[in-house]
Design a protein around this ligand. Structure first.
Ligand code: NAG
Ligand code: NAG
Ligand code: NAG
Ligand code: NAG
Ligand code: NAG
Ligand code: NAG
Length: 422
């Protein structure tokens, strides 16, 4: 399928009412017009009182998926053994649903942000296995049907590709990985299950380790659907689009979908010079472009969209300004470059797989993207029919369709992107 230039115009028209006439398509709308499923952001309830922030975060033209930045992790959801707390992540989920955005859910088995009991109990294999299963069945069970995907195991690897010597590995060896994925699969059969880590983009040894994790699960016949590339990158040290796409392709070749899940690109020195801002813009385009070039790359999530709330300055003092919007919510050169790049790609149908003959899985991605993303861009007014043809609601990916149905977005689907077969 090829998306015609008309798609952009229709996209603009489809975004509610009068103001839509002047509203340019946001990043999510543009990515969807290029055949992808989402462009989204991390966010959390501690920021929900910031009105200018929320105005952007709520805009499904800009962001079609949200990820709770912290509130769904083990410590906040099960601070005391067997006592579960969901008020904050529930609020993120509700807000996503109200704004017709998908939800990526994050994260289950991870060495960091653990409650004290996980770190201090003298576990046996049996008791830690039970604790992992209890945590996952309760948390995934609670959000069942609301998550497009779950980051099931997070950051299990050292930089050299060996396993991190955390409590899970110490007690269970690598078995904690299939135990976690099997528990998640049982608790929500429709959610896509991901392994998620950082520096896979830049470290061959670490990417080798991730490939071994995939292999380990596949050998054990335990389901894994996706590989999450966190993409916490540095300005001027980001691999080019070709190199990034080759790394993504390693994992699609293993039968997985891939996504950039926590993208930010930090300046080493602040304030950033004009030259550095341009380099940051090129680096963002390399990352987004590599997703566009790989048919089974389903989308990109930024780890906060504004420098005001980036985690980087507090974690890496001296570094920062890694986001697409500055601290005053002004769009930076990186935003403009990504936006123009995506507008051009959507207009020419340049994305991998959008012509229906790309790599495996392309048709699936573009079909469901067409169905979903459009729903996510709507504001509740009547929808124009771009072509009169159906085709966007049929036969998509069950995980997406069920997430949509349960998020209330199903039934709001409408065709917006004109497709023509070559
Ligand atoms: C964002 O969306 C939520 C859920 O619909 C709503 O309660 C909130 O008022 C919105 N905030 C802004 C600033 O639009
Ligand atoms: C942990 O439990 C094992 C037996 O399960 C026991 O041998 C060991 O002494 C315990 N360690 C501590 C620090 O309690
Ligand atoms: C890999 O890295 C870990 C953590 O830094 C280290 O403990 C281990 O010795 C390294 N292994 C090899 C084979 O280099
Ligand atoms: C991209 O980066 C790779 C690895 O550094 C390099 O070999 C290749 O020449 C670069 N390609 C382009 C088009 O710059
Ligand atoms: C944000 O606005 C304030 C007040 O106008 C200004 O002092 C500050 O430099 C601005 N910050 C950025 C990153 O532009
Ligand atoms: C469709 O995509 C494939 C694979 O990317 C490419 O080889 C082919 O030339 C494309 N066909 C058209 C008509 O663009």
């Amino acid at each position: 399928m090829r998306y015609t230039y008309l798609a952009i115009g229709l996209l603009v028209r489809a975004i509610t009412g009068v103001e839509a006439q002047s509203q340019t398509p946001g990043l999510h709308s543009l990515f969807v017009a290029s055949g992808k499923l989402f462009f989204g952001t991390a966010t959390d309830t501690n920021l929900f009182n910031d009105i200018p922030y929320m105005t952007i975060a709520n805009n499904s033209n800009e962001f079609g998926i949200r990820v709770p930045e912290n509130s769904q992790k083990w410590q906040p959801t099960e601070p005391t053994e067997n006592k579960f707390v969901f008020a904050n992540p529930d609020q993120v989920a509700l807000t996503s649903k109200a704004n017709r955005q998908l939800l990526r859910c994050h994260t289950l088995t991870w060495h960091s942000q653990l409650p004290e009991f996980v770190q201090t109990t003298n576990w046996t294999r049996a008791t830690l296995t039970a604790a992992i299963q209890t945590h996952i069945s309760n948390v995934v069970g609670h959000f069942k049907g609301q998550c497009y995907s779950w980051d099931v195991v997070n950051e299990a690897l050292n930089e050299n590709g060996t396993f991190r010597n955390d409590v899970f590995f110490q007690v269970l060896g690598t078995d904690f990985i299939p135990i976690s994925f099997a528990a998640a699969a049982a608790a929500d059969p429709a959610a896509k299950l991901y392994y998620n880590d950082f520096n896979l983009e830049t470290s061959r040894a670490k990417a080798d380790g991730a490939a071994r994790i995939v292999q380990l699960l596949q050998d054990a016949k335990v389901r894994i659907d996706g590989l999450g590339f966190q993409a916490h990158l540095d300005v001027g040290r980001t691999p080019n689009q070709t190199a990034l796409a080759a790394t993504l392709d390693r994992f699609t070749a293993l039968g997985l979908e891939v996504a950039y899940t926590e993208l930010d690109i930090a300046h080493a020195k602040l304030p950033a010079t004009a030259t550095a801002l341009q380099q940051q813009a090129r680096d963002y385009v390399s990352v987004v472009g590599s997703c566009l070039a790989v048919a089974r790359c389903v989308g990109v999530v930024v780890w906060e969209f504004t420098d005001k709330y980036s985690w980087i300055p507090s974690t890496f003092p001296g570094k920062g300004d890694a986001c697409l919007f500055d601290a005053n919510f002004t769009r930076k050169p990186a935003y403009s470059s990504v936006s123009s790049f995506l507008a051009a790609a959507a207009a020419t149908g340049a994305a991998a797989g959008t012509n229906g003959s790309g790599a495996g899985g392309s048709a699936k991605v573009s079909k469901t993207a067409g169905a979903f993303g459009l729903a996510a861009t709507t504001g509740g007014t009547s929808r124009p029919s771009a072509s009169g043809a159906g085709g966007t609601t049929e036969g998509g990916d069950p995980a997406v369709e069920s997430a949509l149905a349960r998020s209330g977005a199903a039934g709001r689907l409408f065709p917006i992107v004109v497709m023509s077969s070559p």
